[in-house]
Design a protein around this ligand. Structure first.
Ligand SMILES: Cc1cc2nc3c(=O)[nH]c(=O)nc-3n(C[C@H](O)[C@H](O)[C@H](O)COP(=O)(O)OP(=O)(O)OC[C@H]3O[C@@H](n4cnc5c(N)ncnc54)[C@H](O)[C@@H]3O)c2cc1C
Length: 428
């Protein structure tokens, strides 16, 4: 990720609130904490660091929100992919409790930050629906619903006819709504976080790729094309765009190009029949579909991915076909945007927090659920860097485990996707 690139075209790039000025770093300076990467992880870290009085510098290779944070579906989903009882089995009661609590609170954190910093990003905490694509999924969704209901998530069960009334289509067998979730314009949110971090006192530099990270005077030195920062602590938030600044980190995750398409604004009648309350939805397919309306009434849908950008572009057509299936009452669905971006997948399906070396922190691997969780991870990383961990918002540090045969990841992702599509087809 050494070379800065322009913001790629997307619905969000076309409709975002203006970006704050983020001039490149020039010359040498010192800081308490340097943050690498201007997505939700890095921006949230910078904001929470600066709010705690740390002298903070954020270095972003392109501009805030350039990565997945400015290109995603804008679905704010609380919790992790793995269920609380699976987390307990793997990590034990106490650690699991902290993980469930922090990931469960992640969506609320997003909406409270937006409120507190007056971020203009079309945010609505209108609920996240998880819909069962087969009747066999219903018991698992019921168990999830029951778990979160007693945890105060405002969970609600949706019978098949209730869900059909919300989606305007009876393809789903039922599901549940988690009212902590919702939607937002992700690039506007990223830009708003950058502005909030600046207001809190952080220096945010765009067009400033970190080319070299080395130990210096008991701390760290970060070199960019026109400058350098010396800092006691460093936070890395580069997720799917992780490069080779730290050995083994890029090889510990699988980068996958994830895909989005958006229609032109839909007619009034269709808008009223499709998630009219601003709810966002994802389903239980292995290659899942997720969709919502944006603030102008476009249907925005995501689903599928590829290890290669060209492969991601080939998925646009099949995703558009899914939109046409869903909008079968609309004679001619017109599309306005299609785009993609890189997410970091972990093979254990958990986000990874690492203390790579004394004073060097990293958080990545949100497995496509990073709008809420990356924001929470940024806060946790800020606390770790300053030694101010809050027990109610913590996450375990894990060792970095480079994946064996990482160079074969393209073949593995392609094979896995084909297998999942086959299993989904069998379900139908
Ligand atoms: C198409 C798509 C749809 C998605 N939909 C959803 C969704 O609806 N809901 C959800 O929860 N999640 C979704 N996600 C996932 C979510 O967007 C990510 O998990 C999240 O944005 C990750 O944030 P991040 O800050 O960790 O990484 P990123 O936003 O990717 O930011 C990393 C940044 O690091 C910078 N960088 C890299 N190397 C360097 C360097 N050496 N020096 C300086 N800067 C560097 C990059 O330029 C980049 O801006 C989606 C992702 C994609 C791509």
């Amino acid at each position: 990720m050494a070379n800065a690139q322009p913001l790629p075209p997307s619905l969000w790039a076309a409709t975002a609130a203006p970006a704050p000025p983020t001039p490149p770093l020039t010359g040498e300076r010192t800081a308490d904490v340097a943050v690498i990467g201007g997505g939700f992880t890095g921006l949230s870290a910078a904001l929470h660091l600066a709010e705690q009085g740390a002298d903070t510098v954020l270095l972003e290779a392109a501009e805030p929100g350039w990565g997945a944070s400015g290109r995603n579906g804008g679905q704010v989903i609380p919790g992790l992919k793995e269920d609380p009882w699976q987390i307990k089995e793997r990590f034990g009661q106490d650690t699991a409790e902290a993980m469930v609590r922090s990931s469960g609170a992640a969506a609320d954190l997003v909406f409270r930050l937006i409120e507190r910093h007056d971020i203009d990003c079309e945010a609505r905490q209108s609920g996240w629906i998880q819909a069962a694509h087969t009747a066999a999924q219903l018991p698992l969704l019921r168990r999830r619903h029951d778990f979160w209901l007693v945890r105060g998530a405002g969970a609600g069960w949706l019978e098949r006819d209730e869900l059909a009334a919300l989606v305007g289509d009876d393809r789903y067998h039922g599901g549940w709504i988690d009212r902590r979730g919702g939607g937002l314009q992700p690039l506007s949110y990223a830009r708003g976080l950058a502005r909030a971090a600046q207001t809190a006192g952080a220096a945010v530099h765009g067009q400033s790729p970190v080319l070299k990270l080395s130990r210096q005077n008991g701390g760290w030195r970060l070199a960019t094309p026109d400058g350098a920062v010396e800092a006691r602590q460093v936070v890395i938030g580069t997720n799917g765009y992780t490069d080779h600044l730290w050995p083994g980190l890029a090889e510990s995750v699988v980068p996958v190009f994830s895909v989005q398409v958006a229609t032109r604004p839909l007619g009034e009648n269709v808008r009223k029949s499709l998630l009219p309350g601003g709810e966002v939805l994802s389903d239980t397919h292995r290659v899942l579909w997720y969709f919502r309306q944006d603030a102008q009434g476009r249907l925005v849908m995501g689903g599928g991915g590829s290890a290669y950008e060209k492969g991601a572009e080939k998925i646009y057509g099949s995703l558009q076909q899914r939109v046409r299936d869903l909008l079968s009452q609309v004679p001619e669905v017109e599309f306005e945007y299609a785009w993609n971006g890189l997410v970091a997948m972990t093979t254990d399906h958990y986000p990874h927090l690492h203390e790579l070396a004394p004073g060097l922190w990293a958080g990545l691997g949100y497995n496509g659920r990073g709008v809420a969780m990356a924001t929470m991870m940024g806060r946790i990383l800020a606390d770790r860097a300053l030694g101010t961990e809050a027990p109610e918002h913590d996450f375990p540090s894990l060792p970095v485990r480079p994946l064996p045969l990482h160079f074969l990841r393209g073949i593995a992702v392609t094979a896995m996707r084909a297998y999942y599509r086959f299993r989904d087809a069998l379900d139908r």
